[in-house]
Design a protein around this ligand. Structure first.
Ligand code: BG6
Length: 485
């Protein structure tokens, strides 16, 4: 429809806030009936920058189950949010958060995944968290599975590789939808579902001993089961709490061609399709043709049951959410690698990198927002964005101007995208409080507005300290994104 003007500010009800995950903040891994989750059996690598999240074998799992400490498993200790959630939420409220994204640990509520009754202590914890958020009018945005599942489901079904896990997941989702009906308006099913192509951390399936071909087969099969489980959860939510909304969540990584050579442009398009495939299924309701070709050419055959395609097409998501950290570059032949936690790609000579080698590309966020809006025409939600950095305590203060610069540049581009016509619901910056890194299990890779006094070995007072960015973000929210100075 033609209009003679365009939006120049963030919408009035824009959801500003921060995002976290249970296994990176809660701790309390072995109390109040909680069982171990898949995230809590991943051993921290000795090399501090080394990613270890998919290095789980049958042998390492056995050792992890025998080890009753958190020494090598920092995700077991998190930052003790379990006992300090009141203090932390108060700080979020002080910044003016409109929304707080967190995940409910499946293993806290269904310790074996198939328990006859949910664990009341687990449900009660989230009751308390929600009450605290309600006290400050902070909207909860809840992820149902953020890179974790009860370890019993890995032992019994090799994670998502068996259909029984669909039933277990929907037992969990139906339970929390009923319990928290009317209190949670926004839900997400699987965090960064596309990273299931990387293995264990997302699929819960141990497959390191398999050939590349068998890994491809098992991972796409796991992901198919997740598509079905996600669609069933959507159906449940519409029946139980029709006013609530549910979204999918993608680790979005726009791929640029390294040159205008059509071969490179096509290579970039294929990479992009492999990334968007997941949202195509969850938002449009079908396996796209390009993916049918890709899977067939790679000898992957998805086993489906009769009703799968039907349920996937009937229960698509209400909104599309994604994380945005970086973009990548591809060329048809050969690649120079840059880092990332779940994808690597070519280096882009026009971009700077973070301390961990992640390429920083604020304009890429505008490009991404426009492309996603064009493709799906569903409201978009940026549910992760931020920079991991080595913060230094300087006489009790943290002067993190690099974090402010990073966030400012991304928010400026969000505003441009809104002016371009994109329907953007909100922005939850990743890790508003320092937490355990997903990919490296380090504490010293810090994202927060709030510093947590804990080092990589778990030592520290756990005191919370406001960084310079804390005051800056408070101003951003108070001015609804107008004051970025
Ligand atoms: C996203 C994950 O991929 O990136 C988060 O959803 C994660 O769980 C975040 O923490 C940042 O990655 P990392 O490895 O720096 O913690």
């Amino acid at each position: 429809m033609y209009k003679s003007s365009y939006p120049k500010t963030f919408p009035e009800n824009f959801l500003w806030g921060g995002a976290t995950a249970a296994n990176q903040i809660e701790g309390a891994w072995n109390i109040d009936g909680k069982s171990l989750s898949t995230a809590e059996v991943v051993r921290k690598s000795e090399d501090r920058h080394q990613m270890s999240m998919d290095d789980v074998t049958r042998e390492s799992l056995k050792n992890a189950l025998l080890d009753q400490t958190d020494q090598y498993y920092p995700k077991r200790r998190g930052i003790d949010f379990y006992h300090r959630y009141k203090e932390d939420i108060k700080l979020f409220a002080e910044m003016g958060f409109k929304v707080f994204r967190f995940s409910m640990a499946w293993s806290r509520i269904f310790p074996t995944g198939e328990d006859e009754k949910p664990n009341e202590a687990g449900l009660n914890f989230y009751d308390c968290v929600l009450s605290e958020l309600e006290k400050y009018n902070i909207e909860p945005l809840v992820t149902l599975s953020h890179y974790e599942m009860p370890i019993a489901l890995t032992e019994k079904y090799n994670g998502w590789s068996k259909r029984q896990t669909i039933t277990a997941f929907n037992l969990f989702t139906g339970t929390v939808f009923k319990r928290f009906k009317g209190r949670v308006r926004y839900w997400l099913t699987f965090n960064e579902i596309n990273t299931g192509t990387w293995g264990f951390h997302e699929t819960g399936a141990i497959d390191g001993n398999l050939s590349k071909q068998d890994q491809l087969q098992i991972r796409y099969q796991c992901l198919h089961h997740q598509f079905v489980a996600s669609a069933i959860a959507t159906k449940q939510l519409r029946e139980i709490d029709p006013k609530a909304k549910i979204g999918c969540m993608l680790a979005r990584m726009q791929t640029y061609p390294s040159t205008p050579n059509p071969k490179d442009v096509r290579a970039a398009q294929l990479e992009d399709e492999k990334n968007l495939f997941f949202t195509d299924v969850q938002a449009r309701g079908e396996y796209p043709e390009y993916m049918n070709r890709y899977l067939a050419e790679n000898n992957v055959e998805i086993k489906m049951e009769n009703d799968d395609q039907n349920i996937i097409s009937k229960y698509t998501v209400d909104f599309v959410s994604f994380s945005y950290y970086m973009t990548t570059v591809t060329e048809a032949d050969g690649k120079e690698q840059a880092n990332g936690n779940m994808a690597t790609g070519g280096r882009n000579p026009y971009l700077k990198e973070s301390d961990w080698g992640w390429q920083i590309d604020p304009i890429g966020l505008r490009i991404t927002l426009n492309a996603m809006w064009d493709r799906y025409r569903k409201p978009l939600f940026i549910v992760e964005n931020g920079i991991g950095a080595l913060d230094k305590l300087d006489k009790g203060r943290i002067h993190d101007s690099y974090r402010i610069d990073y966030l400012r540049q991304h928010i400026e581009q969000m505003k441009e995208a809104i002016s371009d016509g994109v329907d953007l619901m909100g922005y939850t910056m990743w890790g508003p409080i320092d937490l355990i890194s997903f990919s490296t299990s380090e504490m010293s890779k810090r994202y927060g507005f709030i510093y947590v006094d804990q080092d990589d070995s778990g030592k520290g007072t756990l005191d919370r300290i406001k960084k310079d960015s804390f005051y800056w973000f408070k101003k951003v929210i108070a001015s609804n994104g107008e004051d970025l100075s």
